[in-house]
Design a binder for this molecule. Sequence first.
Ligand SMILES: Nc1ncnc2c1ncn2[C@@H]1O[C@H](COP(=O)(O)OP(=O)(O)OP(=O)(O)O)[C@@H](O)[C@H]1O
Length: 273
Amino acid sequence: MTDAITIKNLNYGYPEQGELFKDFNFSVQEGEWLAIVGHNGSGKSTLSKLVLGLLDFDKGEIDVFGQRLSEDTLASIRAQVGMVFQNPDNQFVGATVADDVAFGLENRQVPSKEMPAKIEAALQQVGMEAYAEREPHTLSGGQKQRVALASILALKPRVIILDEATAMLDPEGKQAVMATLKELKARYQDQLTLIMITHDMEEAALADRVAVINDGQLVFDEQPETLFLKGKQLEELGLAQPFAMALQSALGVTPATYRTKQELATWLSTLKA
Ligand SMILES: Nc1ncnc2c1ncn2[C@@H]1O[C@H](COP(=O)(O)OP(=O)(O)OP(=O)(O)O)[C@@H](O)[C@H]1O
């Protein structure tokens, strides 16, 4: 497997804040779905900004698909990595949904006659094709985030980083965005690497791997199934467990394997029987 992102001996601290990352090492495989979790201020967003070259780090190396991040490679790396941010209202530049998707394509100098098909295809992938002529402010938060995803997909990224992209959404919006991500992953498989920064452990449970960051340090790095068995340690790091695990722990049960909500319901019904 190819590394999508490799971080070696990274050192970074905001001016006047002291060191946040010290000799930080991490890698993400191509095609992986990775969740990054950690309490507020642990450094998750900073890490994604460093990868996108939005912050200058003091020491270390970041490679994206084998290209070393530097001033010379910045444009090429940014062309391969798309980012969806937390606030759905801060991501729109177009007067309509279609204009918004067109904006990125225009920046890439895509010929105007090729645009309508590309815009439609991108909106179809997130189930928003019926909204092409709508003004963004008339959409729900979840719909806005799906359009933000479409704007990125139109540019054929190899990596999408979602920085708390569902944090401001209601349950329905969250579910719609997560369902869209699952569909995209199923469709693109190894062609698409997803990095999801989140506080929501139910979301993290969908990832192949979860990295737990605490004050700039990688504390755990494993599959959700084994991570979620470390309930107490997660709580000590200021993280909630997924609901099904928290409920079992409240019931005094120490499960040998991770149970989803559905699996918990099935297990509880066998007890009742
Ligand atoms: N622009 C900035 N200038 C100075 N310090 C900053 C800046 N942005 C973040 N920090 C500090 O760096 C640390 C890491 O912040 P970061 O936003 O990366 O954390 P996070 O894990 O993404 O948090 P959250 O979950 O709250 O988004 C925090 O102590 C924060 O206060």
